[in-house]
Design a protein around this ligand. Sequence first.
Ligand code: MN
Length: 191
Amino acid sequence: MAFKLPALPYGQSELAPVMSEKTISFHYGKHHQAYVNNLNSLIVDTGFKDASLEKIVMEAEGGIFNNAAQVWNHTFFFESLAPEGGGEPQGDLARAIERDFGSFGKFRDEFSKAGATLFGSGWVWLVKNSSGSLDIVQESNAGNPMLRDLAPILTLDVWEHAYYLDYQNRRPDYIGAFWDIINWQKVGSRY
Ligand code: MN
């Protein structure tokens, strides 16, 4: 069973100016697509050839893990965004953020700092742990917190390919702009 690149829930130009059409065309059209293609090539003659993406992420190692997790992470990331996004979450997620971080502003600062200080390539995640509390975790490379029994709520890609065309080396500016395109309705439904 070959995996397919999932459709974006918006047009490739619609996240501009936070993410330009050119960035999306490379990030989604080239990088995300390449992880899908690589994964399909790598699993052909393995026990994972008919497995779900989640099962591969949880059980595979090496190149199969890296490509499967990058497919999963990018799909989750792109589904967290919307052209008319931004603002703040509502409902249960908003209350949980206030409970566990003190305020939405403190959460935003802590999450942004985690993204700015992540060394090299990786992902910052808002997760729900097994006791129901929210945490912010950093993962290098293709890391995914599901492997540590943490439920992903929101993620931010801080690989250079996510921002270099629009922001060059200014990762903090990319992170600052990210808050304007978060689809809190979608993100909140994961809590
Ligand atoms: Mn990426």
